[in-house]
Ligand binder design. Structure first.
Ligand code: ADP
Ligand code: GLC
Length: 485
């Protein structure tokens, strides 16, 4: 089976969040199941410079905005996955990230940049494809950036290929003024509430949801949540109409990239049976971050996150003075909303040696925080899946999470019963509030400080979980087969 996996970011080429991790690791797992998978991404500078054997394979014609572009084919060195790249200097070869410039301002022509990505995916699945030796049977779209693909496939390209849209985050929908319809050569006749119109705007994500042959979310719980007003961001009505067709498949993690036994970023590797190495990583991390080492028995709480409302870390801030009073230290890595960055920085300045905040994006440090901390804090208000809590499980760093989305699906709360039957893997909040978070952290500290045996058990339970893609990739394969029939 041939699958074209369309995405706006892919690890290790370009990453702003979990979508890149999934786009890097799911295709690999699918390939292991015998699927002939190719990724399609925009030709950002980081993509063009890192792929091996990159060569032009076709010219793409009749594109909106830019008319022509070159299609290239290359290979990701680390995984040998094939990647098709749209080379367009005008659209994609710029300094900055995939969605914004170096100052964090979104590119004004994002509808063009991702409209073209969507259009190319549709062309490659159509009878008019310039790559007729490789016609996909499935086009697997991801998030709003690829949402127009199913619409182009059905309404414009007369493609016979089936499409899937995976929803990684309902908070981002790609809504733009209706003038873009003409620019992107989309039929005006489908600019209705049954089509891609949403409150007078063109909605990329809605187009995907309406025209895809199947819809998935990145956790089972999120599949239900998005059908409610609290999590659907306005599309809950549409989603509940297609409710039976929405399948939640929990993300896996790349167990080669995220494995404490082999992680090259750690000063010492460790495993569930040799947890002593984790203590050494903690001491090295305290040193690296300039935190007090004398306090190496003090619980070290870790955070690696986008600093946005979604992630709920504003609920941690008011609790930090109290947590410092009872001996906690913090290792924080993140970037996002300036006010949150500043609030954490301010607290860190006032508590030298106790709180470290690194503002920015730092892959090696994210591994060391995951390994060196005693517990990982992730109180997200909503979390379609979340990968960091799974990295925490794999690294013996029990996660403290809110009861939502993939967090609820992947972490088992600690209580008498789950300790007894050895299923406890972390701590789950029972209320989305600063108080709820504090109570949850206190429960974790209680076990950590007073019951070493139970703490070790929780760590080992988490480390014993099969967090790989094995099971979930198989679920995608079954879904592909079902819709191709
Ligand atoms: P989301 O995609 O919503 O941000 P996930 O938990 O799915 O959340 O994935 C986040 C990914 O991005 C993880 O791989 C995490 O380690 C990484 N990450 C987030 N912020 C940073 C940062 N500041 N530095 C390094 N990695 C980060
Ligand atoms: C999004 C979600 C996150 C999920 C990731 C990968 O960024 O916010 O919860 O883990 O996509 O699916």
């Amino acid at each position: 089976m041939r699958v074209l996996f369309v995405t706006s970011e892919v690890f290790p080429l370009i990453k702003t969040g979990g979508l890149a991790d999934v786009s890097g690791s799911l295709p690999l797992a699918l390939q292991h199941l015998g699927i002939d998978v190719r990724i399609l991404v925009p030709g950002y500078p980081a993509v063009l410079s890192q792929l091996s054997d990159l060569k032009p394979v076709a010219t793409l014609n009749n594109l909106p905005v830019i008319e022509h572009a070159e299609l290239m084919l290359g290979t990701i060195v680390e995984t040998q996955i094939k990647v098709m790249v749209i080379k367009s200097a005008g659209l994609y070869e710029r300094d900055g990230g995939p969605y914004s410039d170096v100052n964090g301002q979104e590119w004004l022509d994002n509808p063009a940049r991702f409209g073209v990505l969507s259009k190319v995916a549709a062309i490659l699945s159509s009878p008019q494809t310039p790559m007729n030796d490789w016609l996909p049977e499935i086009v697997h779209c991801n998030d709003w950036q690829t949402g127009l693909t199913p619409a182009y496939m059905k309404l414009v390209e007369q493609s016979h290929t089936k499409s899937i849209i995976s929803i990684h985050n309902m908070a981002f929908q790609g809504c733009y003024p209706p003038e873009w319809l003409s620019t992107l050569a989309l039929p005006h006749t489908s600019f209705t509430s049954e089509g891609y119109e949403y409150h007078g705007q063109l909605s990329f994500l809605k187009a995907g949801i309406v025209y895809a042959d199947a819809i998935t979310t990145v956790s089972p719980r999120y599949a239900h949540e998005i059908q409610t007003a609290a999590f659907g961001f306005g599309l809950e009505g549409l989603l509940s109409k297609r409710g039976n067709e929405i399948k939640g498949i929990l993300n896996g993690i790349d167990t080669n990239e995220w494995n404490p036994e082999t992680d090259p970023y750690l000063s010492k590797n460790y495993s569930a049976t040799k947890l002593s190495g984790k203590q050494k990583v903690k001491t090295a991390l305290l040193q690296e971050l300039g935190l007090d080492i004398g306090a190496s028995n003090a619980p070290l709480l870790g955070i690696v996150s986008r600093l946005t409302h979604q992630k709920g870390l504003d609920m941690l801030l008011p609790n930090m003075p109290r947590l410092l009073d009872i001996g906690c230290q913090f290792a924080i890595l993140g970037s996002g909303e300036r006010a949150l960055e500043a609030a954490f920085q301010d607290l860190a300045e006032r508590n030298p040696g106790r709180i470290s905040i690194t503002v920015g994006y730092n892959e090696p440090l994210s591994h060391r925080i995951m390994a060196g901390c005693d517990m990982f804090v992730m109180p997200s208000r909503f979390e379609p899946c979340g990968l960091n809590q799974m990295y925490g499980l794999a690294y013996g760093t029990p996660p403290i999470v809110n009861a939502t989305g993939g967090l609820a699906d992947s972490v088992t709360d600690t209580n008498a019963a789950s300790i007894g039957n050895k299923t406890a893997t972390g701590f789950v909040m029972n209320e989305t509030s600063p108080e709820g978070l504090l109570t949850c952290i206190q429960r974790a500290l209680d076990v950590f400080n007073r019951n070493e045996k139970n703490w070790r058990q929780i760590q080992k339970n988490g480390m014993a979980q099969n967090l790989s893609w094995d099971k979930s990739a198989l679920e995608y394969l079954i879904l592909y087969k079902n819709i191709v029939q």
